[in-house]
Design a binder for this molecule. Structure first.
Ligand code: PMP
Length: 396
């Protein structure tokens, strides 16, 4: 069977909404559009839909319904966690993040630095694994929050969040896990994670964009980012009911199929990587020796800039991204690859292929052909004409 074009291999950026998700959202939009805060019967019906969705999402994420605060996505949830932790613990003016956190979280940390908050970054090794000894050395009683992602969005490398959570607890700091790339792609249980706070986003596993959640361990009190009476005064604003219903449908689907999806995506990803290595023995696959998500393959071919590879791949019918979609379009080197010790030149070369639950063996065969036919000439040209980069362009 041949692949249906284009082959979409950018699932870490976002996933297509599942049919069951769209169906449930349309149903809610059409029939349950009242405000869940209204006292009349239609409002009560909306409130029941909200409560039902909350139970389904909580059950999938391994938290109590009361620990779940719906948000507009993981960016908002990350902001709630960091700003809430600092506001709740006024005596503690330092936060500790991994060096490879999502750009939105790092940008917030930089902003806070300008406002007098001390920020430290935990380094990673050349495979993208967190340096646990460095993490331990950076712990201290002045920490309000430690924030380490569950899995990296560029490389898929998994982080030892339970170990770091124990370190954070020992010095009285709160632990936040940005689990945006973990939810729906690996086993996840908030209650057993050791984390105090955890962010997720529905659109990374078949749900709609613009909806996610922050889980807050029972007993933690964070000042809200958005004031209002919804979500038990923890997040004001009329609830995005259709989005939340779609989120619940995505959770139901993931709960029923996760183990099978992980093994399916894992074997296709491994097939893809074997094919790439066979064709290009000099390829660098990032985090290949580390524990990784089953769906992610991030690689660099020689000195080729990601943009050029991606352009060729797209023309051959394969949609992918360089490292983080959020910084695509720019020629900035990936902060993740820089943290892994890559030069600024090579940190512009990371191409990320991220598989989804609908990816087929034919998609992988097509992708391998596309790399061979469309990208090989670039490599040959590079070998003949020297570096493709203008070294003046690469800033440290
Ligand atoms: N954290 C991580 C690790 C992510 O991959 C993303 C999505 N790129 C986000 C946070 C932001 O999520 P959202 O789109 O829901 O704001």
């Amino acid at each position: 069977m041949s692949a249906e074009l284009p082959v979409y291999l950018d699932h870490n950026a976002t996933t297509p909404p599942l049919a069951a998700v769209v169906a449930e959202m349309v149903d809610v939009l059409q029939h349950v559009w009242a405000n869940p805060s209204s006292m009349h019967a239609s409002g009560q019906a909306a409130r029941r839909v909200l409560a039902d969705a909350r139970l389904r999402v909580a059950s999938f994420l391994g938290c109590q319904a009361a620990e779940l605060v719906f948000t507009s996505g993981a960016t908002e949830a990350n902001h709630m966690a960091v700003l809430g932790a600092l506001a709740a613990q006024r005596g503690r003016r330092r936060i500790l993040l991994s060096a490879v956190e999502h750009p939105g979280l790092l940008a917030l940390a930089r902003r806070l630095q300008g406002e007098g908050v001390a920020v430290d970054l935990i380094p990673v090794d050349s495979q993208g694994r967190l340096d646990q000894a460095a993490a331990q050395a950076l712990m201290g009683e002045d920490l309000a929050l430690v924030s380490v992602m569950g899995a990296n969005n560029e490389t898929g490398v998994l982080m030892p969040t339970a170990t770091v959570a124990a370190m954070a607890r020992a010095c009285g700091a709160w632990m936040h896990v940005d689990a945006t790339q973990l939810a729906g792609k690996a086993a996840l249980h908030f209650g057993e994670s050791g984390a105090d706070l955890m962010s997720v986003s529905a659109h990374k596993f078949g749900g709609p964009k613009g909806v996610g959640a922050l889980m807050q361990r029972k007993g933690l009190v964070l000042p809200p980012l958005l004031s209002g009476r919804q979500e038990r005064q923890r997040r004001g604003g009329t609830e995005n009911l259709s989005g939340i219903a779609g989120f619940a449908a995505a959770c139901d689907h993931a709960a029923a199929t996760l183990a099978q999806q992980i093994s399916g995506m894992g074997s296709l990803r491994d097939r893809l990587e074997r094919g790439l290595v066979q064709a290009w023995p000099q390829i660098r696959i990032y985090g290949r020796e580390a524990e990784r998500l089953a769906n992610t393959c991030c690689f660099r071919l020689g000195d080729l800039p990601a943009e050029r590879v991606l352009d060729r791949l797209e023309r051959a019918g394969v949609l992918a991204s360089s490292g983080a979609a959020c910084s695509a379009g720019g020629t900035q080197p990936s902060h993740v690859l820089l943290a892994m010790g890559e030069s600024p030149l090579h940190a512009k070369g990371g191409v990320r292929l991220s598989l989804g639950t609908h990816t087929t063996p034919a998609d992988i065969a097509h992708t391998l052909r596309a790399v061979a036919e469309a990208v090989a000439p670039l490599l040959q040209a590079a070998a003949l004409s020297g570096p493709l980069f203008n070294p003046a362009e690469s800033t440290p």
